[in-house]
Design a protein around this ligand. Structure first.
Ligand code: WQD
Length: 333
């Protein structure tokens, strides 16, 4: 019996594979290395001392999926594989729909063929659009404000409708807030291909000299220091949330939505200050104009996940910054 992890060499996927293996689960990974690199496979093995199955390929390839389900007794699937760059999705919406929806439809169809009806899906706080009220609960209004967010919301709806049509299905829809940091070993972390979009990888590029200065996108928001507030969560806490979700889909049926966040909001300047404090480095920055689509504040009410998944984020912002820096130092190129 195994858990299939699509996109399992990616940032959140790899950290989740580590937690699954350390919890004694058998794991099979499928990945096409679109936004990750093969060295992650060895790093996972180094951290855990455990083996796992790996198939290189695209989740949209149903014959590949069928081969995996025939070779291995897959009981649950955690579905990470998908494009995730908000800005790129605005430029290339069709590519995002084609990839994110196709992969998911192929996966759901093959899961049904093999009677595997337990899924944990990598959703996102982006399904809340620009929240009118914070903290955000799972009952907050849903609205997609970019093609990336539209694909996440569309997949959530597909899963809700599937569970409504067939009550043998169990689907946990995990809405991530802002994952940052890295495994304490420094052997895996956020290592996106191409130009990063998110705050922490850009800070790492600045302190490593790849990028001359950090642009802080606006300091005229209605927040204490004028910069945007987000719910940053340590990627290991997020990974543990997936283990808790696997237990939930084994126990319950139906579609279940969960906010995976800390419930605390930190501004961009808070992150810069924390990073500088714990790592003893300077993060040069300049205030620039706002970035289109940014919400002034977005942070979670994670009480539903705390209660129903018996899961709670434990690591603080300083640990997130320390672990992010530690990963960079071990992988400086
Ligand atoms: C965080 C804050 C920026 C870069 C996105 C996706 C979301 C999820 C997480 C996948 C914002 C500010 C950033 C920079 C800056 N991804 N910033 N200068 O936009 O909250 O969420 O990533 O699920 O779906 O929407 O994250 O890291 O891009 O930005 O000032 O160079 O940092 O304005 O306030 P975001 P982010």
């Amino acid at each position: 019996m195994a858990v299939l992890v699509t996109g399992g060499t990616g940032y959140i996927g790899s950290h989740t594979v580590v937690e699954l293996l350390e919890a004694g689960e058998d794991v099979i990974v499928i990945d096409n290395f679109f936004n990750s690199k093969p060295w992650v496979l060895n790093a996972i093995q180094d951290i855990t001392g455990k083996g796992f199955g790996f198939y290189e390929g695209d989740v949209a390839d149903k014959d590949m999926l069928r081969r995996i389900f025939k070779d291995c007794f897959i009981e649950e699937v955690i579905h990470f594989a998908g494009y995730k760059a908000v800005g790129e999705s605005v430029q290339k919406p069709v590519m995002y729909y084609r990839n994110n929806i196709d992969t998911t439809l192929a996966l759901l169809e093959v899961m049904e063929e093999f009677g595997c009806r337990r899924l944990v899906f990598s959703s996102s706080a982006t399904v809340y659009g620009i929240p009118k009220k914070v903290p955000v609960t799972e009952g907050s209004p849903l609205s997609a404000i970019n093609p990336y967010g539209s694909t996440k919301l569309m997949i959530e709806n597909m899963c809700r409708e599937l569970c409504h049509a067939d009550d043998r299905w169990s689907v946990a829809l995990l809405r991530y807030f802002n994952p940052i940091g890295a495994h304490e070993s420094g052997k895996i972390g956020e290592d996106p291909n191409g130009i990063p979009n998110n705050l922490m990888p850009i800070i790492l590029n600045v302190v490593s000299g790849k990028t001359p200065i950090l642009s802080v996108y606006g300091n005229d928001y209605p927040t204490p220091d004028g910069t945007c507030i987000r719910d940053y969560i340590h990627v290991v806490d997020l990974a543990k949330g997936h283990l808790a979700a696997i237990k939930a889909v084994r126990r319950d049926t139906g579609a279940m939505e969960f906010n995976l966040g800390t419930g605390k909001g930190y501004s961009v300047l808070d992150i810069i200050n924390a990073f500088e404090k714990v790592n003893g480095v300077k993060v040069p920055y300049v205030i620039t104009g706002r970035r289109a689509g940014d919400a002034a504040q977005c942070y979670s009410d994670p009480s539903k996940a705390n209660k129903e998944l018996e899961w709670k984020a434990e690591k603080d912002i300083e640990q997130m910054c320390r672990d992010a820096w530690n990963f960079l130092q071990q992988h400086q190129r």
